[in-house]
Structures are given as structure tokens and as C-alpha cells.
Ligand binder design. Sequence first.
Ligand SMILES: *Cc1c(COP(=O)(O)O)cnc(C)c1O
Length: 814
Amino acid sequence: MNYTIKEIADITHSKFFGNGKTKIKNIAFDSRTIYSAKQTAFLAISTQKNSGQKYIDKVIEKGINTIITENEITNAFVNQIITKNSIEFLQTLARYHFEHSDINSIGITGSNGKTILKEWLYQCLWNEFATVKSPKSFNSQIGLPLSVLQIEKKHELGIFEVGISKPGEMEKQERVFQPKIGLLTHIGSAHSANFSSEEELIREKLKLFQHSEIIFYNGDNLLTESIIRELYPHKNLISYGLESSNRITIISEISNRAEDIQIQYFDEIISLPIFQRDDATLTNVLALVGILKELGISNSDIKEKIDDLKAVEMRLESVEGVRNNLIINDSYNLDLDSLKIAFQFIREYNNPRKSLILTDILDSGENRTALYHEVAELVNEQKFDKIFLIGDEIGSFSALFSPAPSVFSTTSQLIENKALNEIENQIVLLKGARKFKIERIKELLELRKHDTVLEINLNAILHNINFHKSLLKPETKMMAMVKANAYGLGSYEISEFLQLHHIDYLGVAFADEGIELRKKGITTPIIVMNPEQHSYDSIIEYNLEPEIYSLRVLEVFNEQLLKSGNQQKYPIHVKLETGMHRLGFKDFELDELIDRLRVTNVQVTSIFSHLSSADIPEERDFTLQQLKTFDKNSTYLINKLGYKPLRHILNSSGITNYTDYQYDMVRIGIGMIGESSNKLIKNQLQNSVCFKTVVSQISEVKSGESVGYGRGYRTDQDTKIATIPVGYADGIPRMVGNMVGRVGIHKKLYPIVGNVCMDMMMIRVDGANVEEGDPVVLFNSNPTLGEFSNYCKTIAYEVLTSISPRVKRIYIKN
Ligand SMILES: *Cc1c(COP(=O)(O)O)cnc(C)c1O
């Protein structure tokens, strides 16, 4: 979205105070996740549970200068939009936004499978259409409008999921969003407490499709089948499901794993290799095929796309457990249907020995006694080895279960009881209502393969980006450099996070890095800094934007454009040489460049250069000279070109030290990780990486003995040594051995002694209370990444990009 305060007030019939011309691009309602204060308005949402009003002071402190509120506040410095009802405000604004957009749209509702189908559709369609989708499972009365407000001019397709929790809500949702294509997934008993019957629930859900042209629905539910035909006799209705009466169904033998799944789509047969074959997955695949066909995707592309589906969070998560157990975790929702799906899922494993951990079933309208009788019957059929019940309600029905269950009031009681320690060689199914937090049991039972991890705090990265943004003008764009696996942190994970937070550009070094991001669903523009000649065809195919640094590169790239049959002007980025002497056009080449640009089929999207010494105060004169050359040569180019590409030259230290030269965009790299050579700046940034491990073994070494290869360390007193499982193969340079480097244990520093081995090193921990299994910090806050880099006599960039891929990256958001 992009509206002025005055426009927003007009659209929503609200009053406003302050500057009506202020542009708003974002609406935030959660004070903790505010990404950028610029052009962001804070909406104080009041629900029964919480009042957004409380957070207004906090967000003003964060730099927000527009507040949307039901109650006028006394602060003359911020703009205010006064609304009667914060949620209706959001819905009205989103409705206007949707009505004035011009996109094809898919609306997904149902009890189960909404989020997974939305994610699958997105993964299959993003490179066919410019697509926008609901983030996570934003489907509520607040989530849907915020999702819809993400629609921009460039978008061609929107995929949004729509949820309701009580009667009357769907009408409001449908007012915000009227999908052209409707998808009704499985209807189950979840969340039905507020509905008097399944029929009422189905009727309510179907209201979403009042204006749809075509509706796909799960026809295995006969009630859905009859209601939808009664309500929408004149719409194009397409049923899918495992029953053979559906228009889209499966005709092959599912249990024969040697054979692909054969899907009947009207009178066509589509054959797909699908590994996971539980009913829920297969039914979702049928819905997916229906919509892909509707959007004109060919059978061979459908096959390829479904083959590529991965990394989509499956609701049932299976992880390897301690004592050779396999943990199946479904702590997402709990009702009778999802319990059946989970049982079906574990049967696939053919392991006769299995245990169940089950909690109270909340949030269901059914009669409790009848419900638990049915649950117990179902559970007993599965023949579990052990059953653990958590919760007083299910506990009161424990006599129904067999074998006789162990009963606990809370998850913590079960954890403390240690009964779980006796489970071995089993499948352990965790099935709990969210409130019971049984994922804590998963953590307990999970086999921790990775003692050594690089933990990346995404919130800290966001903080650091925001800090740099706060120095810039609101309209200055930002490119995040994610080359070299995002400085070792993980290029996809970081890029996806930044995309969610609307970064304008991503920068990679080589085409391969950009292709990987595209394949995983990153749609943000990506610039390739070092486009190698052999990769030009894939650059074009994957819609990446090359840096053009010489006439030769321009010629060859243009030839490839002609070959590819590309019709439109292709975006490129012209690099000027201003003193670094790496890549770029020199002064004397500019006229020829302009002549060539006129006759090639490219559009110069930006003109840029790179500072060699923005972090070195002593080189200020040199840097100013670089900036001057850039200004002169880029101005010359722009005048001759007759249009105005973006200009950019600042890297992270440039942003902080030469802020005035921000032009239209800046390129952040190390700064988002939290590093700066400027102490004052560094103090305002947060550490975003923690490289850590645990102590493998403690040894008492007598005076006069030696430690490690080549007897690198010889003790002169009785000494305590901790061995830790990281070495030079993990990216710790061998030179930090022999007392050069230190590691942190319980917040104190201890020296690395002897030579660093390939996979291990030894630490002297004399006199300290250190035990096997204790956590060890290679760098985070003590020592810091900067200090660790000093031990290695190098810079943070090299330390980070040297950490071996075998070190597991873990991402945290708090
Ligand atoms: C890597 C890189 C950056 C980012 O540099 P930092 O010092 O990490 O901020 C900016 N521009 C270009 C061209 C780069 O290659």
C-alpha cells in the first residue's frame, strides 16, 4: 500500500490530526516487530485480551510518527487518525485496496490444510506470476486485511487464506477480499465450539465464495457436496478427493510404492511421483493439481513443480530421538480428525512398538463423555505400548484407555517424572493442544546431533537494519548483500527474512547464488555483482539483474539477450570505477558506453560504484575523491541517457561515515550482522551471530605432561583441560592455538592450548567449575566476533565466511 494520511482518513471515514500529506506504506500492530518506523503507522488494536493503546508510547519512542487509535492521545508531535473501531478500520482500508487492485486471486478456507496449500501454491506459482500471499498463517480478522494490504501494482496473483472462529465473521472477511478462485479444504471438527453444527460451519465458510467464478472443494465430505450445490448451482464447482465420485481423484493403487500416483483430472490422467502418501497429503495434492490446471499450467510443469515441493513445513514433524526413538510431533492442533490423520501417518512406518502422549482436547463443541469415549476407542485400536495422558479432563477418563495410561496434570509433571526415559526403539507420537506446550517434550526426546552450531538471531539483524535505516532519508532504498551464503549465515534464510521485511534489493556475487534463491521462492530483485559469461542465459531465465562493468560484458550480455528472444528492455546495473581498481567503467570509456547503451536492449536500472576505505578515517580525503568522481561521472551518464537510473555507492561503513552520499540506495552487508569499525556505531548494534559448542570431555593433566599433536602444550603444573568438538575443519584457523585465542565458558575467557586439531581443540580451564556438556562460546558477546577476528589476525568477514558448511545454522526469532 502507499497512501497519504488524508487518503486513509477519507477511505475509512476517520478524522485525522497532523500532516495529511505524510505517506504511509506499512501498518504495524505489534510493537515488538516494527521493522521500520519510516512511513509506518501504528494501529492500536483493542481486543478483549489486550489493548494496543498501552504500546503507543513505546512505538513513538521507536520513531513511529503516525498513530491510528480509537482514543485521541495528547502528543502534539505525532499524526493521529482517529477511528471508531480499529479492526473495522483495517478491514475497510484493505477492502478499498483490494477493490482498486487488479489481480487474479485465490481464497483458501477450511479447517485443515489452508496454510500448507497456500505455501504449496505459492511455491508452484511464484515464477509464473508476480505473486503475493498471506505471510505465515495470517488469516484472522486482522491477519487477512494486513495480508491484502501487501498487494502492490506489480502483483498479478494473490493467494490468501481466510479463517473464522465464530458465526458472522466470514461476511466481514468476504467484504475485504473476494477471491476469483475459491478453495474449500477439509472440514473437520476443529474450532467448532462456536458453531452449533457442522452444517452451520460449512455454510459460514462457503460465504467466502459468493463472488467467486470457480470453486474447488473437498468432495469427500457429503455434507459439503450437498450444501455447495444448493448454494451455488450456477457456479463452476469442481470437487476433489479420494472418493471416486470426485472430478479430481486418484485411480492408482496408493499402497504400491513402486508406482507413481495416477490422478484423474476430468478425462485426463496425470502421473506424479509422490512419496508421502497419507490421506491428508494426497488430498491436498489433488486440490493443488486442480488449481494449477485452472491457471493453465501444463501437465509436465505440474509434475516438475510438485517434484520440487520441499521445505514446506509439514504439520506432522518427525525427528530422530534419543534411544533410537522416532518422534512424531503434532502440537499444532488437536481434534478428532487430526488425531485420525496422525494415527494413519504413524501406521505408514510399520513399527509395531509405539507410544502416545496425548493431552486434553480443547475447543470442541462435542459432549465431553462421548468425545473421550470415541478418542479412547480410536487410541486402543492402535495398540500402543505406553500411553501418557496430560490434563485433568482426559485424566478423568483414563479408565477407558488400554494399556492403562500414566496420567499427569501438566506437561512439566511428565517431564519431571522421568517415565519417558524408559522408552526405546519406538515411534513416539506427541499430540497436544497448543496450550500444553508439549513441544517441550520433543526437545527433551530429540537426539541432538549438533553440539556445534552457528546461531543466528534474526531479530538482531532486523534491529541492525533499522538502525542503519534510521540514519537515512525515508525514501532511500536499501540493498542487502547476501553474497557468499549471506556472509556465511545462510543465504536463503536471511533473504527470506529480509524479503518478508520488504528489503528493496538483494545482492549476490555469482549467478548460482541468485538462482538458488529464485528456486526457493525469493522474488525480490537480485543483482549479480560478478556475472560470469557462461551464466548469462540463466541470469535471464531466472530474472536476475547483472552488474555490467565493461564494454565487453555489455556486448556479450546483449548478444545473449537477443538469443533469448527477450522483448523488453532488460534491467542492468552499471558499475563505475572510481578508485578501487577492481571492476568498472573508467572516465574515458563513458562516451562509448553511452553509444552502445543506445543501441542495446537494456535499461540501466542503476549506476553505482564501491568505496575502498569508507571504514578508515585516515583515508577520508581519498574517499571524498571517490565520491566526487562518482558524482561527476554518474551525472554525466544520466544527462546523456535521458532517464534517471538509481544511484548508489555506500556500503555499511559508508552509511555511517558518509551518510550525505546516500543518493537513492545504499548497500548494507557487515552492518546488518552487527559489526562496525566505529565504536559509537558498534555500541548501537546487536550481535546477531553466536558460534557455540559444548565440552566433550574434561581431563586432569599432571605437571610435565603434554597436550595435543606435536606435544604443542607442556604443562608446568597440574592442569584441567576441556576438549571441545570444533577444529580447523569447522573454520577455526589453526593459528589461534597455542594460547593465541580464547573461548568463553560461563562468561569467562579460557585459553586454547596446544595445536588446533581438525575436529577438536583443547582449552585450559584450571580452577574453574567446568563440566562435560557445558556450553562453550567461540564468539558472541565474550569473546566478540571482533575479538575472535583479532585472534585470527583477520577481519570479521573472513571469519564468518570461513565457517564450514558442516556447522549447523540455527535461526532464532524472539
Ligand atoms: C560486499 C559488498 C557490499 C557490502 O559491504 P559491507 O562492508 O559488508 O557493508 C557493498 N557493495 C558491494 C559492491 C559489495 O560487494
